[in-house]
Design a protein around this ligand. Structure first.
Ligand code: HEC
Length: 125
């Protein structure tokens, strides 16, 4: 009796967490709003399938940065105009037709709102 009671109690403790684990794949949309725009922007900037900005730019807290592009620092001071920064990220060839920086917006790699989130992150650098 006693041990089956313990098993029942253990099942009560374990089952809800199993149910929660099973829910996880369906839940990421609900979990996303917890991330701030800055945190999302940072994730996008270092994601090789998204911004991959680190491949070419040094960014303060990024690991293994590349140096094809200039270091991204003092962004708020140097780019007080968010629209200009948006343009550079969306299509660098507007400002420099020979730019090797991929036109992320023009190519649809990043949406406008993803670029805005990256800008929020860049403003912390
Ligand atoms: C393939 C390399 C490459 C990648 C990837 C890349 N850039 Fe660039 N970026 C450059 C180069 C080169 C320049 C220098 C100016 C030019 O050629 O347009 C530059 C310039 C810039 C500038 C202007 C810097 C300044 O000091 O004025 C910003 C801002 C910028 N990049 C942001 C980004 C962001 C944000 C990402 C990721 C979404 C990114 N870049 C990804 C190569 C890259």
């Amino acid at each position: 009796m006693k041990s089956s009671g313990i098993i029942a109690a253990a099942a009560i403790l374990v089952l809800p967490s199993l149910a929660m684990a099973a829910d996880k794949p369906a839940a990421p949309a609900a979990a996303q709003p917890v991330l701030s725009p800055t945190a999302k922007g940072k994730a996008l900037a270092s994601d090789v399938n998204k911004g991959n900005c680190l491949a070419c730019h040094m960014m303060a807290d990024g690991e293994v940065p590349g140096n094809f592009g200039p270091p991204l620092s003092q962004m708020k001071e140097r780019y007080p105009d968010k629209a200009a920064l948006h343009k550079q990220i969306s299509d660098a060839t507007i400002l420099n037709p020979k730019s090797i920086m991929p036109p992320f917006g023009k190519h649809g790699v990043l949406t406008d709102s993803e670029i805005d989130q990256i800008i929020e992150y860049l403003y912390t650098l």
